[in-house]
Ligand binder design. Sequence first.
Ligand code: SAM
Length: 303
Amino acid sequence: MTSVSGVYGSPPSDLADVPREAIQFSPLIPGAASLDRQPAQSLDAMTLLAPPGTIERRYALALALRALKPGAPIVALAPNDRGGTRLRKELEALGLDVEETSKRHHRIAVARKPAKLTGIDDAVEAGGPRFDDEIGLWTQPGVFSWDRLDPGTGLLIEHLPDLSGRGADFGCGIGILARAVLATGAVSELTLIDIDRRAVECAQHNLDTPRARFLWTDLRDPHPQLASLDFVVMNAPFHDAGQEDKGLAQAFVKRAAESLRKGGICVMVANRHLPYEAVLKPLFKAVTPIIETGGYKIYEARK
Ligand SMILES: C[S@@+](CC[C@H](N)C(=O)[O-])C[C@H]1O[C@@H](n2cnc3c(N)ncnc32)[C@H](O)[C@@H]1O
């Protein structure tokens, strides 16, 4: 019988061996399988580049353990400063006997699924999707600003211009910004796009309207289907896998310019310290700063 392995994320190849045919389970890799839907005791081995958030990490570890067959090996690794130093204790709390090594500023924890696990249901419950009464939306630990309104998003919502027609929300998160955009009936269609499956699934719950469409995809890839839009809104990311990445926001701006019709607008909020104007100006006919406050800047760029 063939053995079925899983992998979560992209562990550096010098730190962990992952079979080429391993099933990918990271919610940040479009098209990956979903660990929360993987049948219990169906995997023969699992390797995780464990995610940085504590609740998110315990959730991924608990789901991985649930999906493993009894006695099957689990390898979990993380950079020291992104949860690595806590991995051992977290796995021990789930009932595992852990061997830990250290290499290239990572901790690598190796164990086997024991006959008896502890605390799995609590970890799964704590990390799963839930309705948050304070923000009035479905959310999940690990997605962007999962339990609070991001100040940049809040500022953009306050200063949204009148929008109408067909638009897109680039990096939609759980749909906070999109909810404000769709509040006006003049918007006939809004495509919400994010690289995080959990965010897209929450947004689907949150925006139950035929005017909303959803795409789980990487906006760095070309998207010819996003064409002739009247507007694009975005609170563009500037971190990729935890590292500041100015190229990511630049890719978002470039994709917005390609997706808009002539005269269409891109409305975006950005951290003041990032050089967006230089990116926007060559791609748009007119770039207007709308407001600058609290470390954020809002631009309206017309194609
Ligand atoms: C700053 S957050 C904004 C979320 C939401 N629009 C809000 O305002 O609360 C940026 C979003 O971009 C998403 N993202 C990051 N890289 C991406 C990529 N390459 N393609 C698509 N979405 C991406 C993140 O998952 C995150 O949800």
